[in-house]
Design a protein around this ligand. Structure first.
Ligand code: SAH
Length: 192
């Protein structure tokens, strides 16, 4: 059953090593452009969270607009490629609360990428966010971890935050995922 499928962190690291990253897009996502006003809601200088960020160029895009981008990604290769492909100098620091985790921050300070599992983060480490761009994140989470993921996301957003979530629709009997098919009814029950 598709709902029992598990993709391990090791398998994700291998995808990066093999260059098996068809999910990465060189162009900014058209739905972020389309719904940018919903995300920003007239506000400036927001803290935007990018769960399971890969090397998504939308992080650079929002940082260039004056917001700060915070991502989490288990692959160190992905994080390093992000900074090198945008020629952004960065520094690397340990995350005191989480052994093994590293935080890579642009020297300008407005892009911070945590290299660890998202489940190692909490609001005491990363604070609260004004907005979330979830593309390739909920749909990449193992179905058995969805509730945990949703609870964590809810704990990381502030009261007046806006979150954009991109999902994919397909016949789950024909493709095993990821990206996993997450029915709208499940999104409603996860996030209310
Ligand atoms: N959001 C990105 C990447 C989507 S693919 C984009 O739009 O391009 C999903 C990414 O999540 C992969 O890069 C994978 O390495 C990472 N990942 C998978 N499980 C994770 C976890 N538990 N914590 C952090 N990152 C994870």
């Amino acid at each position: 059953s598709p709902n029992e499928r598990v993709v391990t962190e090791e398998e994700w690291l291998q995808k990066w090593e093999m260059g098996n990253i068809g999910f990465h897009k060189e162009e900014g996502h058209p739905l972020l452009q389309k719904y940018l006003d919903v995300l920003l809601n007239g506000r400036s200088g927001l803290r935007i969270f990018f769960p399971l960020c890969g090397k998504a160029i939308e992080m650079k895009w929002l940082a260039d607009m004056g917001h700060s981008a915070v991502g989490v990604e288990v692959s160190k290769q992905a994080v390093k490629e992000f900074f090198s492909e945008h020629s952004l100098p960065y520094c690397e620091e340990p995350v005191p609360e989480t052994s093994g985790a590293k935080m890579f921050q642009s020297t300008t300070g407005n892009i911070s990428l945590y290299c660890c599992s998202i489940y190692d983060l909490s609001s005491s480490i990363v604070g609260k966010f004004d907005g979330v761009w979830d593309r390739g994140a909920l749909v990449a989470v193992n179905p058995c971890d969805r509730q945990r993921y949703a609870n964590l996301m809810i704990s990381l957003v502030g009261k007046n935050s806006s979150c954009l979530l991109v999902t994919v629709s397909y016949d789950p009997n024909k493709h095993k995922g990821p990206p996993f098919y997450v029915p709208e009814s499940e999104i409603k029950s996860l996030f209310g």
